[in-house]
Design a protein around this ligand. Structure first.
Ligand code: AMP
Ligand code: MG
Length: 414
């Protein structure tokens, strides 16, 4: 049986980005640049004033100070978005505003606060250094600067800089299309008439939401009956996607037909068990010349949810170009001591909160059974309970996968 680490490595290696697409700037929010983007235009595009004041030749004002101000004629003005200013005649200054073009000949700006206007002249009370309060062309970005390397997460700031380059769209990795095939005679969709023993296919919704949350495009196929030929047909159809996730039917029960159906669809499993709790029966294969990862997840809702998180989500993030496709890990302590059976590593659902001494405390969901759906409400983290730890005290430091970043109060308290 594979360990979680072995399985993760093998599965993650099978996920590769599936091609590039151009995406309009705002739609790229939260995704990763797939290519290096270099500046095509200098930023600022022209020499400009950083302040409201007067454009001057610094060399002409040496010696100006509070006691001995210098009075000079004002030659016109330059305002943001106005006509380009004429050159500054020697011995004069120009009224200028923030963001306005610096006139030729000027090399500094004296702040309005350091001046006194008197009709056509102005009194200047400081001797600026050259370049004072001036934003030089290209001082932020020169043409050719690599400002957005491949793998950059595109947030509001990155989008602003891309916009400064007149880019209406960016090149991203295409969002992977993920086929979701749920198996089980008992399954029905929301709103379909309930029969005795039937259940809503909650995994279809959980998995679709997980795919969306990871940045992929879910493609939910109609639920499949526990019949080998029907399951095989559905799997063949699903292979049109970039990734196939099959829920249920992957264990060893009489009606667990997925392994046979995979064989019929020409897919050879690499492995079908992982040493872990919940979710031991996870199967993995590569289809279509190894291009399409196929994962069979256990049908139990909690197992399905956890194993997607561990084995599918990182792959989807990798496909999107996330340089850190794994969840962040943090150290936590349990809110109460725990006694458990050893042998398998366990991924326990927990809520996190800060303790007075600044530690992160994990309160495990009361029901850790793999079928207990409501235990998925409000989960912040998966706490890793090591295989051989039978007794865990409140002082033991454990590792947790952070699924939801903590709210502000935690940061405020730290
Ligand atoms: P299986 O892995 O097919 O043996 O299913 C294990 C358990 O998960 C059974 O109780 C199933 O009814 C349940 N289950 C299977 N598929 C789903 C699904 N799509 N949604 C919710 N529960 C499911
Ligand atoms: Mg089943």
């Amino acid at each position: 049986m594979k360990t979680v680490a072995e399985a993760s490595t093998e599965i993650l290696a099978s996920f590769e980005p599936v091609g590039l697409e151009r995406v309009s700037l705002l739609a790229a929010l939260g995704r990763f640049s797939a290519v290096d983007v270099r500046a095509a235009a200098a930023l600022p595009a022209f020499d400009q004033s950083a302040m409201d004041g007067y454009a001057v030749r610094a060399s002409e004002l040496r010696g100006a100070n509070e006691e001995t101000p210098v009075t000079v004629p004002v030659h016109g003005e330059s305002r943001a978005g106005g006509e380009p200013p004429s050159a500054l005649p020697p011995g004069t200054v120009m009224r200028i505003f923030t963001g306005a073009m610096l006139p030729e000949g000027a090399d500094a700006v004296v702040l309005q606060e350091d001046t006194q206007r008197e009709g056509d002249t102005v009194q200047l009370r400081v001797a600026p250094k050259a370049d004072a309060n001036v934003r030089r062309q290209g001082s932020d970005l020169s043409v050719g600067d690599l400002f957005c390397p491949a793998g950059t997460l595109l947030g509001a700031g990155e989008i602003a800089v891309l916009a400064s380059q007149d880019l209406a769209s960016v090149t991203l990795h295409r969002r992977p299309r993920v086929a979701i095939v749920c198996t089980g005679d008992e399954l029905r969709d929301i709103g379909e008439p309930a029969r005795a023993g039937s259940i809503v296919s909650t995994n279809a919704y959980a998995l679709a939401a997980q795919v969306l949350e990871a940045g992929g495009e879910p493609w939910v196929l109609p639920a499949v009956r526990d019949k080998r030929s029907i399951a095989a047909d559905a799997i063949r159809q699903a292979l049109a996607a970039d990734v196939v996730v099959i829920s249920g039917g992957v264990s060893v029960g009489d009606y667990d037909v997925v392994r046979d159906a995979l064989t019929d669809a020409g897919i050879a499993l690499s492995f079908w068990k992982i040493q872990m709790k919940p979710g031991k029966p996870v199967s993995f294969a590569r289809a279509r010349n190894d291009r399409v990862p196929v994962l069979g997840l256990p049908g139990n809702p909690v197992s399905s949810w956890v194993t997607f998180e561990l084995f599918v989500r990182p792959g989807l993030r990798k496909m999107l170009g996330d340089p850190q496709p794994q969840r962040r890990r943090a150290e936590v302590c349990l809110s109460a001591p725990l006694q458990r059976s050893t042998g398998r590593v366990e991924f326990a659902r927990a809520r996190l909160s800060p303790s007075a001494d600044g530690r992160l405390v994990a309160q495990l969901a009361a029901r850790q059974g793999s079928g207990s759906l409501p235990a998925l409400i409000g989960v912040d983290a998966l706490v890793v309970l090591p295989a051989e730890s039978g007794q865990i005290t409140r002082d033991d430091v454990l590792e947790a996968l952070i699924l939801r970043e903590l709210p502000d109060f935690v940061r405020a308290g730290s």
